[in-house]
Design a protein around this ligand. Sequence first.
Ligand SMILES: C[S@@+](CC[C@H](N)C(=O)[O-])C[C@H]1O[C@@H](n2cnc3c(N)ncnc32)[C@H](O)[C@@H]1O
Length: 199
Amino acid sequence: MHGAVQEAKHVFLKMGFDHAYAKAGQPDELHILEIGFGTGLNAILTLIHAENLKLKLNYEGIEAYPVAAEEIKQLNYIELLKAEEYTSVFEKMHSVDWEKYAAINSQFNLKKRQQTFETISDQEKYDLIYFDAFGARVQPELWGEPIFEKMHAALKAGGVLVTYAAKGSVRRAMQAVGFTVERLPGPPGKREMLRATKN
Ligand SMILES: C[S@@+](CC[C@H](N)C(=O)[O-])C[C@H]1O[C@@H](n2cnc3c(N)ncnc32)[C@H](O)[C@@H]1O
């Protein structure tokens, strides 16, 4: 858990969120797409991280296989994060309906979308993508040109995608669909990660 939080904070918050927010000139609003909503860990970390900014967040999480509410409870995230004041907010993230926007608090709007990554067809909509699919060794089909083409189309010009992955084949697939790709220092224990920018 500690490692997962450290990795999420480094890859998605520091190299992704902070970078995209600064790059967009500290806008009033940011639109984020998460590839793999899973347990909502990245979503709650983002909500907490952004709380002191004057920023409205529109956050869409794609997940084909939603995690049951009972399992979420057992994970005990809020206690492990020592973020007890966010208990009800985290519960709300999991109890709101899928497929439509819900205000989680005055700042954070969440839309959970149950669909496969392969069926995403958004166009020029997002400032930032958290690409958090299972690794290429487990699901190689999620790390090739067809998926990154969809990610490229879904981003606004200047938009950014971050992922914990650092493989050469992943970087080349991103470049092949038009991204400019940076290799950045990875989280503790991992040498590198990738950040892709739509020109
Ligand atoms: C690494 S986990 C995401 C973790 C998540 N970001 C979190 O904060 O808990 C990857 C997620 O992708 C989902 N997934 C796997 N294949 C998928 C597919 N083809 N389409 C949509 N979701 C998929 C899995 O169910 C899993 O929840």
